[in-house]
Design a protein around this ligand. Structure first.
Ligand code: C2E
Ligand code: MG
Ligand code: MG
Length: 534
């Protein structure tokens, strides 16, 4: 369907027809009535002039007007009969089909047919694969009944948009496919994707804000992105993955790079699973200090992979792949075991911070794994600090919240990592099972250069204080940044200025240096230099 010529919606059309119908009916009735009147008024005279009927001017007038009136009334009747019948049938169809909208198999058959037809006519065709973001939240927060209603309403609205029931299908729990025939290229498909997005946003707006889903859309155009149904579906799912990877609630049209990204991803998956068996993973520990006391507080464990061909691979590259592939489960368990056994060797006042991703909380019971590992390593819960991303708190999952509560009840500190990176929501801080926030590196690196960033840091610190949360900062690289933080009530810090992530074997030296400082063997240097804290 041509995006530009597609009907806005059936409501629009049926709206036009509901006001048209009475007007046409009235015109038809007036015409028929006036003809009948004319006939009866002049009827006597007409028959009196029976003889010269065909030569009488008034008779000719009557017959002329009458004929025209009957013709117009007839046409009006035909119009009335045909025009309104179409939309009401379509609306009924929409209601009906939303219940048993086409499935994957049926739509693929249509797709195969349409690709062939388009190829013969050297026309292009697009498919749009739609995935509802955060649908699980609707299910969990609003319950299954409301989630079903949401999907039904969405199906109805999408049906009205595509106009042809066979061109829409539900191909997964919260996944839809739309076929858009006769497109004039990717640009044209994008316009339609935007309309799908608007329609979905409209439906989503009816769900309360805290459980509101969005939609990611992957678009592929035949024949450029695939000249058969399987290839086209593959391209659209790569585009969908790219849309999801961009944070969701958006659409992407397939590009060749997406293919390469998948290859790289698959290689990374293989590297992670090989690395687990061949001990390529290693934990580094970055020290954290108190700026006022100048004492070492503890370390954050940061995982690395030493790949035989790729060299050192950073977690920003492989953790997201591990999260998506499920490999974060075994990797996360290894990190917990390794970090806990390392921390068990430190003096008991030092803390250990570990990062736990959303995927780790989602799949299974990471709290139970952690509590079990604490006992096994002989580590007190109060020495453990868990850094979580905003996504963990935003997930609004009962299971996740319960795991966080269970960890806190053992004395574990829960820290919101990367605070200030996104527009951290206040509600999140007030409701969440949270003890501390860690100001993000991207903000700290602007301190000393951008007054607005400094204002933002001050206001974030104020916000955290108003919720009675502990405040930390990471990514401190200059003395100026350290002094700014200290004078703004943020005294717990971590950054290259104080120490880079270090290997296990170097930790003893860092710890003994701190001990010597504490005993006064190495008195702290002049207070002007914040690096003295290290
Ligand atoms: P994060 O938890 O926010 O970790 C801080 C990152 O900033 C680390 O990068 C650290 O090396 C880097 N960093 C610290 N101070 C400075 C500084 O002064 N300057 C600069 N330029 N960088 C600094 P890394 O190790 O690459 O880790 C990146 C992210 O990967 C981490 O961000 C965390 O989200 C994730 N990650 C690391 N280790 C693990 C892990 O064991 N499990 C999980 N689930 N995620 C991890
Ligand atoms: Mg962290
Ligand atoms: Mg961080």
């Amino acid at each position: 369907m041509d995006a530009a010529s597609a009907p806005k919606s059936a409501e629009d059309e049926s709206g036009r027809e509901t006001w048209l119908k009475p007007i046409l009916l009235a015109v038809a009735l007036i015409l028929v009535a006036s003809y009948a009147l004319t006939v009866t008024e002049v009827g006597g005279q007409l028959w009196q002039e029976a003889n010269g009927l065909l030569h009488s001017d008034s008779a000719m007038l009557v017959i002329g007007i009458g004929g025209a009136a009957v013709a117009v009334a007839g046409l009006a009747y035909l119009f009335l009969r045909n025009v309104p019948a179409r939309p009401s049938r379509r609306a009924a169809e929409a209601r009906l089909s939303a219940e048993n909208i086409a499935g994957r198999k049926a739509v693929l058959e249509t797709l195969v047919r349409e690709i062939e037809a388009n190829a013969k006519a050297t026309r292009q065709l697009a498919i749009h694969v739609i995935d509802i973001d955060r649908f699980r939240i609707v299910n969990e927060v609003r319950g299954e009944g409301e989630a079903d209603d949401f999907l039904r309403l969405l199906s109805e609205r999408l049906l009205l948009l595509v106009n042809q029931p066979e061109r829409l299908a539900r191909i997964g729990d919260d996944e839809f496919l739309i076929i858009q025939p006769e497109v004039g290229g990717a640009r044209h498909a994008e316009i339609f994707a935007r309309r799908i997005q608007e329609t979905i946003r409209d439906v989503c707006a009816q769900v309360p804000r805290h459980a509101r889903p969005g939609a990611s859309i992957g678009v592929a155009v035949a024949p450029d992105h695939g000249n058969d149904a399987a290839k086209l579906m593959h391209s659209a799912s790569l585009a969908l993955r790219a849309a999801k990877g961009a944070g969701g609630d958006t659409f992407r049209v397939y590009t060749r790079d997406m293919e390469l990204a998948v290859e790289t991803r698959l290689q990374m998956e293989t590297a992670i699973s090989d690395g687990l068996h061949q001990s390529w993973f290693d934990l580094h520990f970055q020290p954290q200090y108190d700026l006022r006391t100048r004492r070492l507080l503890g370390f954050e464990a940061l995982v690395r992979m030493a790949h035989p061909d790729l060299g050192e691979v950073l977690p920003t590259v492989f953790v997201p792949v591990a999260d998506e592939s499920g490999l974060i489960q075994p990797l996360g368990e290894w990190i917990i075991r390794e970090a806990f056994s390392t921390a068990a060797e430190w003096p008991s006042h030092l803390t250990l911070a570990i990062n736990i991703s959303l995927a780790q909380f989602r799949h299974g019971d990471i709290a139970a794994t952690i509590i079990h590992a604490l006992a096994k390593a002989g580590l007190a819960g109060s020495r453990l600090r868990i850094e979580v991303s905003e996504a963990v708190l935003l997930a609004q999952s009962d299971s996740i919240n319960e795991q966080l509560r269970r960890l806190r009840s053992r004395g574990v500190t829960i820290i919101l990592d990367d605070f200030g990176l996104h527009n951290s929501r206040l509600k999140l801080l007030s409701r969440a099972a949270l003890d501390a926030v860690k100001l993000d590196r991207s903000l700290i690196e602007r301190v000393g250069r951008e007054p607005e960033a400094e204002d933002l840091v001050r206001s974030l610190i104020g916000t955290a204080q108003s919720f009675d949360l502990e405040i930390l900062a990471e990514g401190i690289e200059s003395a100026e940044q350290a002094l700014f933080l200290m004078s703004n009530d943020c005294q717990k810090v971590q950054g290259f200025l104080f120490g880079r992530p270090s290997q296990k074997r170097d930790l003893a030296a860092i710890i003994s240096k701190d001990m010597r400082n504490a005993l006064g063997a190495e008195p702290p240097k002049a207070p002007r230099s914040a690096s003295a804290a290290a």
